[in-house]
Every structure is written in C-alpha cells, then in structure tokens.
Ligand binder design. Structure first.
Ligand code: FAD
Ligand code: NAD
Length: 406
C-alpha cells in the first residue's frame, strides 16, 4: 500500500507544531508529510504587537522553517494556498497543486471588520510580520514628517487603536513605552502625542477579572494612554476616525488607526465550502469537521465549544499548540491503522497579557492573579517554553526572552 500523503497548510502555531510532532513520530517509509506556508519563516504571532510598536525587531519574532523542520522528513513548500478542492482531495497553490489523503488546516486568522465603512481601506491590522513592520514604519514616518510641515498636523501624532481586547491592550502598552523614544528621536514634544484606545464594551478587556482590568488601565493611563470606553467605532477615513458614545457621534483626527477589535478564521477555508461560523469551522471533538474524515482543523480556523460556558473557546496560541500536538498523535494512529481517535479537550493554563516590556497582568492555575513583575516573568516563561518545545534548547537560546529583569 502506498504511503498516505499528509498535507499541512500554514506554519503558524498549529501547522508548524503538527509538522514537528509528526516528524518525530513517523518514518519516511510510513507517510509523505508536506508543510505549505506563504513565507520561508514561522512567526510568533503573540509577539507581533511588539514589532508593530517598534519595541522588538521582527527578526526576533520570526524563525526560519528549515531551522526547526527536518526537511529530509518533511517536504516544505513555500507557496500560497489559493483553494482547497475537497471533492478531489487537492490543494491549489499559486504555483502548483498538491494531493492529500489527510489534510491539516492551520491557516490562522484575519481581522474581522464587521463591514465598518472605510476600515479595510484605511486601518492597519496586526496579523503578520509584513503588517507589523508596516505599522512601525508608518508611525515613524508620521513622526518624521511632523516637523517638516509648516502647518503642524495633529493627525500625524494621534494614534488610535480600535478595541481594548488583549491585542489592543498589549499594543497600547508597547506604544506607551515606545513613544518617548520616538519623541526624542524626532524632536516632537511628548504632550503633543496621543494614544487613544477606543472600546465598544462598557469596560476594557470585557470578561476579564475586574481587579486586573483596573490595574491595567491605571498602568496604561499613567503612561499617557487615553481610553474611550463604551465607544463604538463607526467609520474610518484617511485622516479621521468616527465613533459613537452615549448616542453622540465624535471624531478623532488621525492618520493612524490600528484595528485590533476582533478576528475571524482565514476566509479561504469558508470559501472552500466548509460550513463556518464567523470564519471558524465547527469541528467534532477529534478536530475534524462533520462529514470530513480526512480533514483536521487546528488553531484559529477551528471552532470548539466550551461545554461549561456553552460558548466557543477564544482562539489562542495556547489552544492552537495543544490542538496541533493532539492532531499529530491522532494522525499517527490513523497512519498505523488504528481508527480510534482521541477526543481533544483544552488544558488551559491561564492568560497573561503584557502592558509593555515591564508590566503585565494575568490569571494562572485557575484563579491565581498576577500583577507587575511576576506577570511579566510568567509571560516570558510561557514564550520560552514554546520555543523549547518547538526547537529545543538551541532555539530557546537564539530567540528566547531570557532577560527577566527587562
Ligand atoms: P497563525 O499563527 O495565524 O498562523 C497562520 C499561518 O498560516 C501563518 O504562518 C501564515 O503566514 C500562514 N498562511 C496564512 N494564509 C496562508 C495561505 N493562503 N497560504 C499559505 N500560508 C498561509 N494567544 C495566546 O494564547 N497568548 C498570547 O499571549 C497571545 N498574544 C497575541 C498577541 C497578538 C498581537 C495577536 C494578534 C494574537 C495573540 N494571541 C495570543 C492569539 C494567537 O496569536 C492566535 O490564536 C494564534 O496565532 C493562532 O495560531 P494559528 O496556527 O491558527 O495561526
Ligand atoms: P477580541 O475579540 O478578544 O477583542 C476585540 C475587542 O474589540 C472587544 O473588546 C470588542 O468589544 C471590541 N470591539 C469590537 N468591535 C468594536 C468597535 N466597532 N468599536 C470599538 N470596539 C470594538 O480580539 P483580540 O484582542 O484581537 O484577540 C483575538 C484573540 O487572540 C482572542 O482570543 C484573545 O484572547 C487572543 N489574544 C490573547 C492574548 C493573550 O493571551 N495575552 C493577547 C492577544 C490576543
């Protein structure tokens, strides 16, 4: 019998961890494993807000795929997926096509824009190395331009972040640390610069522990972040943002809107005909969509329900990594002829969010709250643990966050 073709789409947390686990468990004479990704590198999405603010260079965030994937066991194809033809068991790429017996979809997330007028055209999003690098350059350009114009334009120095979920909060935390450096570099008075975080819900970080939310807002406000809470963004143009608060329409003049107000699964998966809910594909407990026994979905493209809360689990790297490990183990079972797949249940270790490089908040081990230095250190432990898992001690030493005092 011929070896099955296992094709993995996307080398984010879900895709690359599936490949790394499979290369350890299956021999070349058992399966043909192919990993497809747009770029030659994997990036840690969870660090992109630092790259976007300019507090961490993007080369720290990205890892060459060939440094962690053994290319004598896994065929790496650098290409862009354009379509999945389920009926033919084929994946279409910009430069070719691949046939699969088993498909693992790990194509990640994209910004959910909710049809807001002008958002797609005028706002920036933090979702890849390219988009983060663009935000960094755009902010820096506006600072540089400010003193080169005789009529000083305030919109160059107003930075608006849409959404005070974890991405929005983590990004304004980095900006709060970065702005004083930019002011110095471009001779811009600090009191001219505004960082405005606009959130539709009645609180920042809706659903998170209120004591930690208060701590976060105090920490950020002390460093100059302004919050507009209960303020629903309605429109974005080239030089302003419009929101509605207490039934009043307000405008902020700005050249820089960073949209961090929600994500959805990669639209390609929905377009391939999988039944989707906000771009995420409901999967059974073995992570296969109903009626598709040859397809596994890992990471932000998968929708899994939390039976206790009867709501979907939020899409996180933590869950993507666990799903990848689980899927790799189930694929090994299938390849070895065992059709009894194990059910996936997330083992949540907690949530830790940074507020810049020297402050953070978190809840770990069910209900232990962390603030300040201990939360910052915990975040580094989580990040370092991932690197260790992905590429061993060598990768940890090369890319890890090893300075616990900064
Ligand atoms: P991704 O990490 O998005 O990877 C998808 C991969 O697919 C990418 O490599 C991409 O290049 C590739 N790809 C996409 N389209 C194509 C295509 N057409 N063809 C080929 N390749 C393609 N979660 C946490 O648990 N903890 C955190 O601290 C945390 N912090 C975050 C901070 C930020 C700023 C953001 C934006 C998110 C954060 N998250 C965090 C959420 C987490 O990053 C996501 O849940 C996670 O990245 C999902 O992993 P994934 O493998 O599904 O997709
Ligand atoms: P999110 O959906 O968690 O938060 C988006 C926020 O934007 C919400 O608070 C929402 O009320 C607000 N919003 C939506 N529409 C709006 C509008 N029109 N105007 C103003 N505000 C609006 O999205 P996210 O923060 O990008 O996070 C995405 C996923 O990544 C989540 O699952 C999150 O848990 C995860 N994440 C985790 C971490 C961490 O663990 N440290 C960090 C970043 C992201």
């Amino acid at each position: 019998m011929k070896n099955p073709n296992i094709v993995i789409l996307g080398a984010g947390y879900g895709g690359i961890m599936t490949a790394v686990k499979l290369q350890k468990s299956l021999g070349v004479n058992e399966a043909n494993i192919t990993l497809v990704n747009k770029h030659s590198y994997h990036y840690q999405t969870t660090w992109l807000h630092e790259n976007a603010a300019g507090t961490l260079h993007h080369d720290r965030t990205r890892i060459q795929i060939k440094d962690v994937v053994n290319t004598s066991k896994v065929n790496f194809v650098q290409d862009t997926v354009t379509d999945i033809k389920q009926e033919d068991k084929k994946v279409m790429l910009e430069n070719g096509e691949l046939s699969y017996d088993y498909l693992v979809i790990g194509l990640g997330f994209e910004a959910a824009t909710f049809g807001i007028s002008g958002l797609k055209e005028n706002a920036y999003t933090i979702n890849s190395i390219n988009s983060a690098r663009l935000i960094r350059q755009h902010i820096e350009y506006n600072f540089a331009k400010y003193n080169n114009e005789s009529d000083k334009k305030q919109e160059r120095l107003n930075i608006v972040v849409g959404g005070a979920g974890f991405t929005g909060i983590e990004f304004v935390g980095e900006l709060a640390n970065r702005i004083p450096e930019l002011c110095k570099e471009y001779d811009v008075p600090r009191d001219r610069v505004r960082i405005i975080n606009v959130e539709a819900a009645p609180t920042a970080l809706p659903g998170f522990d209120p004591e930690l939310v208060e701590y976060a807002m105090n920490s950020l406000e002390a460093r100059g972040v302004e919050f507009k809470i209960g303020a629903m963004i309605k429109e974005v143009t080239e030089n302003k943002l419009v929101f509605e608060k207490d039934e009043q329409r307000e405008e902020i003049e700005t050249n820089t809107v960073v949209w961090a107000a929600g994500v959805r699964g990669n639209s390609l998966v929905e377009e391939a005909g999988f039944e989707a809910n906000r771009g995420r594909i409901p999967v059974r407990d073995d992570l296969r969509p109903e009626g598709h026994d040859d397809v596994f979905i890992v990471g932000d493209c998968a929708l899994i329900m939390n039976e206790e809360t009867e709501r979907p689990y939020p899409p996180t790297a933590q869950i993507a990594i666990q799903q990848a490990e689980h899927t790799a183990a189930n694929l090994v079972r299938l390849v070895k002829g065992d059709n009894h797949l194990e059910a996936f249940k997330p083992d949540l270790k907690g949530t830790v969010a940074s507020l810049g490089h020297d402050d953070a908040i978190g809840v770990v081990f069910d209900d232990k709250k962390l603030f300040g230095w201990s939360a910052t250190a915990m975040k580094k432990v989580i990040d370092n643990r991932y690197l260790l898992k992905l590429g061993g001690i060598g990768l940890l030493l090369k890319k890890g966050k090893l300075n616990f005092f900064h």
